[in-house]
Design a protein around this ligand. Sequence first.
Ligand SMILES: C[S@@+](CC[C@H](N)C(=O)[O-])C[C@H]1O[C@@H](n2cnc3c(N)ncnc32)[C@H](O)[C@@H]1O
Length: 459
Amino acid sequence: MNSFKLPKAFQNQMKGLLGEVVYEEFEKAIEKEARTSIRLNPWKEIPNFEKTEPIPWSENGYFLESRPSFTLDPSFHAGGYYVQEASSMFIEHILKSLKVIKGLFLDLAAAPGGKSTLLSSYLGEEGFLVANEVIQNRAQILRENIIKWGLGNVLVSNNDPEHFAHLEGMFELVLIDAPCSGEGMFRKDPQARVEWSPDHVQLCASRQKRILDRSGALVKAGGYLIYSTCTFNELENEEMIRFLTEEFSYEPVRVPLDPNWKIIESKVETESGEFFGYRFFPHLVEGEGFFITVLKRPQDALSLEPKKVKDFKHHYLKEIGPKECEQIDLELGFSGNGTYFQLNESYFRINQDWKNHVDKLSQHLSLKYFGVEIGKKQGIDWIPSPAWALSILPKNKFETIELSKNQALDFLRKSDIQFIDLPKGWVLVCYQSLPLGWIKNLGNRTNNYYPKEWRIRNL
Ligand SMILES: C[S@@+](CC[C@H](N)C(=O)[O-])C[C@H]1O[C@@H](n2cnc3c(N)ncnc32)[C@H](O)[C@@H]1O
């Protein structure tokens, strides 16, 4: 039983939404323990994962029997899976059922990266995602999670929604997982109950309007805007659909539902017709409270396809010419259509198809990461970066060793590990075949190159 009582005004609001009788069930449900679920990385296989109960709307989502210590599981640090509550995974169903084109996506409020890793998985090698977070230290966590997920199809930026003004009509899909009053988190996060008040709901709604005001025009013609919150009240949900349809031209989208899922469809009357929202109540769904809506940008809206910049100039990003890119690919054992940029001496690789987009994005956004950071070049040698180890790019030029669980945890603690017969030079260390990072055998000692800021502490 939670020691933080539900605020009276919240109880009344929910009774208004659900009725007195159903409210009782709702209240009982939020006093119960939340179920733990994970979403597997479809590009990284965990050999020993025993598939548990699947999440009905997600191909890669599973409920776990109990909550293990994820920190003590090396496969988690290797980006083999992401811990995410089940309702949020519904985005996968939306993308698949609407067959959203795998183009340029934007996740405007992305940290810590739950939904970004889902979008990255959906896009795979065919699309590219801008994962943006306004708060600097949260953008760092987002960067770490994107690097560990490892697909190389993401650019992480640290900007206010305001800074996207020059990118109107550029995105196939814009996701706004808005900061909200967090009513759907009352079970998982009791502190959310303390912070809740009707005034806070109003404050969140004003902030959401500000964010939507700056993002409504970013979607290209025929593309989609997805808006979601982890709160139940109408002010932060249905009202935002009304706001969007008043400010921008959008068409309604209805998402197919299986009645067994018990997701509640909400119909919203607007001047532009009837729109739809989807609410996840914890007494009906095995997941946290959630609201999501999808809107489609009409075909006659603006679209922006970035053109090739002839003389790309940037104050810290350097473009690498095609000849040198080919040479690097050859040296590192990559095939396919990669292109490189250099930033602070380090080389970053992206799929050539997204180069013009990255050129354009880099002119307007504060980049924290993009593609895969390969590493630095020292003479004819490469100093491989931790991000390359964690990426799905090949690492065939290096020796590899498989670690036991205890050795893997020592590596992740950045401790020294004793090895017998370790090859000389850079060695890729893996746990259950999933790469974790690099060590370098200098003969008389071995250095552990796991990033200091990611190391696991006190465990
Ligand atoms: C619900 S969380 C996002 C969770 C994330 N999408 C995920 O699935 O892991 C909302 C995010 O919005 C960010 N945020 C707060 N104020 C904001 C603002 N004014 N504009 C844009 N984002 C904001 C917060 O820092 C937070 O990371």
